[in-house]
Design a protein around this ligand. Structure first.
Ligand code: FES
Length: 314
């Protein structure tokens, strides 16, 4: 069939569809048997999907979920592929298109239109230009303001300091003071705070310390940290120096603190020096002492900012 387009358009030839056209015949020589095979694939796939539901409902092992889901998707996928490949018309199909080039008349008309428009005084452009610039400007301001606002207040020196200071009592989550004699060697108190800050959100993030008793007596008897670990108590900031995750896993045999996020490992008996993983610095240590009543207290705050590095960190 040939279709004539109006005016200057080029004639387009379309071949009408007919069941006798070999291009429209299925690719398979035995479409019935292929259809049966595909039906079988779909049916078994359907059963597999029902199996997913049963496995989920019955709380079966995770592998049964994966196996039934995988089997169902493979079977249905194979069926769809076979359907498309063997049962659909084989083609190829070509639609003839008219020539896309414009006629000389169309080109001349377009040029005339451009010239006429260029010669016309168009005040509206200023208005549109102004409105566009205004809209974009307002958009930019709103964007910048919301961005700045989302950044929140400047941190000031809050990244440098914590709430630990000289004489702070060490307390657990419930606010109970830690008594040195109540913790045997090997004991760990995973979250310790300066007294009065155990319920404070900032303290939960920044002040939290992990307390470990590694020995009966101090580990070091000389150097700047000689007095920091009375009766073998070591207290380290729990904020990982890599990205700030809580370093809460203690491997007692190897005396390692492990960060669960990227598996940095810190040598507890050696100033929490990182021995594996991406953490770049040791965990800051909190200097401790035991007062006359047996309570653990801090000699001072940390000697350095806790947590990961930041731009002004010395
Ligand atoms: S946050 Fe601890 S290793 Fe990355």
């Amino acid at each position: 069939m040939t279709v004539e387009h109006e005016g200057t358009r080029t004639p387009v030839s379309l071949t009408s569809a007919s069941w006798s056209d070999p291009h429209l015949q299925p690719a398979s020589a035995h479409p019935e048997s292929v259809e049966r095979t595909i039906a079988a694939l779909f049916f078994v796939g359907l059963l597999a999907f029902i199996g997913v539901g049963v496995a989920y409902w019955q709380n079966w092992a995770a592998w049964t979920l994966g196996a039934t889901l995988g089997a169902g998707m493979v079977l249905v996928g194979a069926g769809l592929t076979a359907w498309g490949k063997y049962l659909m018309p084989r083609g190829p199909f070509v639609e003839e298109r008219h020539v896309l080039a414009s006629s000389p008349d169309e080109v001349a008309g377009f040029e005339n239109a451009l010239v006429e428009r260029g010669a016309t005084p168009v005040r509206r452009r200023k208005l549109l230009g102004g409105l566009l610039a205004g809209g974009l400007g307002v958009f930019g301001i709103v964007l910048a303001l919301s961005l700045v606002r989302s950044l929140g207040p400047l941190p000031g020196n809050t990244l440098d300091t914590t709430n630990w200071k000289r004489g702070s009592y060490l307390v657990d989550r419930q606010g109970r003071r830690v008594v040195a004699s109540e913790l045997a060697v090997g004991s760990v108190v995973s979250s310790v705070f300066p007294e009065g800050f155990q319920d404070n959100e900032e303290a939960q993030a920044k002040d939290v310390v992990i307390l470990i008793r590694v020995a009966e007596a101090p580990l070091q008897n000389k150097g700047p940290r000689a007095t920091w670990d009375p009766a073998g108590f070591l207290a380290y900031s729990k904020m990982c120096t890599h990205a700030g995750c809580p370093v809460g896993l203690y491997e007692r045999q190897l005396e390692l603190l492990i960060c669960p996020c990227h598996q940095s490992m810190f040598d507890v008996a050696n100033n929490a020096t990182p021995i594996f993983g991406p953490a770049p610095r040791p965990l800051p240590q909190l200097p401790l002492y035991i007062d006359s009543k047996g309570y653990l207290r801090s000699q001072s705050g940390f000697g350095q900012p806790v947590g990961p590095g930041f731009w002004e960190r010395s």
